[in-house]
Design a protein around this ligand. Structure first.
Ligand code: AHM
Ligand code: MG
Length: 335
């Protein structure tokens, strides 16, 4: 490796040096997440070979059948984070309750919320899936028991968020509030290498991503927006392009690079949509804002919502600033 290759570890350590009060706990936390990501990436790549597809015979808190990889990805995150000593609690899509750190492990001041394997319905068709994470600092004193206020913090209190995408290559993208940086995993060196520094989402994009089959029961403003997407656009003279993978991380990652808007709104049956606030919407909202985009619920900024419980759902409209503004105008009946 030449001296100028910037690994994730080196990048985090160098960023941490700007803060003399930093204890190194945060650096260690991100290293723990990167370690879990490598483990999950290997499992995802071997999935077909090891014949580990299919339900694990259990259901998660939403009554959805769990895939075996969901369970092992969850375990990889929990084991890596609880061992590292930077966390005092965790929240996972795959566990109904707050995950405590057992007494035998050291406890830190961070709370990590994660979806260990997002888009898991795509595992057995070899489509990109991902891990999403969100990190908060506890608000109660360090040695006290964890409180609801520690866990149920609004998105604007996040100190870091990111995702790992297991695609044609494995990438880790994260922000600590100082821009968005992407690292591609190099299997030869076993390290994440800085490949996408200071990622910026185009102000306007041409892509619209939504599960259109649900649109008959969407808010009528959104139905009109969808119609508008199919008409020639003022800037291009062509309709927008529809792209929907059904893996939030993959849909988000593409739109971050190319520009556009992703919508998973509420509908008549599920007014809060499908996606979870604490480990799907919030982390991506932090990333998109740091990249110059926007994330709204339809009623306001995603990161301004205080969660009522661990697994709350939220409508999500996220992407390029001008596209999200436009969706908002349709929702408000201004267009
Ligand atoms: P999951 O966390 O159980 O995988 O569910 C979340 C996924 C997202 O990745 C994706 O954007 C969405 O569900 C797709 O939902 P739908 O199949 O309703 O379009
Ligand atoms: Mg998910």
């Amino acid at each position: 490796m030449n001296n100028f290759v910037m690994t994730l570890n080196r990048f985090i350590v160098e960023s941490g040096r700007k803060y003399p009060e930093a204890t190194g706990a945060f650096t260690s936390l991100l290293a723990d997440i990167a370690l879990a990501a490598k483990v999950i990436s290997i499992q995802v790549n071997k999935a077909g070979l090891l014949d580990i597809f299919g339900g694990a015979g259990s259901e998660n808190v939403f009554g959805e059948a769990q895939q075996k990889l969901d369970v092992s990805a969850h375990e990889a995150m929990v084991k890596s984070l609880r061992f590292g000593g930077a966390c005092c609690a965790m929240v996972s899509e795959e566990d109904e309750n707050i995950i405590d750190i057992p007494e035998k492990y050291p406890k830190g001041k961070y709370i990590c919320c994660f979806d260990p394997l997002d888009g898991s319905s795509n595992i057995d068709v070899n489509v990109s899936i991902g891990t999403i994470f969100s990190i908060f600092r506890r608000v109660s004193p360090d040695n006290d028991p964890i409180t609801d206020e520690d866990i149920l913090q609004p998105g604007y209190s996040q100190v870091c968020s990111g995702y790992v995408i297991y695609g044609s290559s494995t990438m880790l993208v994260y922000t600590t509030g100082n821009g968005v940086h992407g690292f591609t995993f190099d299997p030869q060196y076993g390290s994440f290498i800085l490949s996408h520094p200071k990622m910026v989402i185009p102000r306007r994009g041409n892509i619209v991503s939504a599960n259109e089959s649900n649109s008959n029961s969407w808010h009528e403003g959104l139905q009109r927006y969808l119609k508008h997407c199919k008409e020639p656009q003022p800037k291009t003279g062509k309709p927008m392009t529809s792209r929907y993978i059904g893996s939030l991380v993959a849909d988000f990652h593409r739109n971050l690079l190319k520009g556009g808007v992703y919508l998973y709104p509420g509908d008549q049956k599920n007014p809060n949509g499908k996606l979870r606030l604490m480990y799907e919407a919030n982390p991506l909202a932090f990333l998109v804002e740091q990249a110059g985009g926007r994330a709204i619920t339809g009623k306001g900024r995603v990161m301004d919502v205080t969660p009522g419980s661990l697994h709350d759902r939220t409508p999500l409209i996220i992407g390029s600033k001008e596209n999200v503004n436009e969706v908002e105008e349709y929702l408000k009946g201004k267009r």
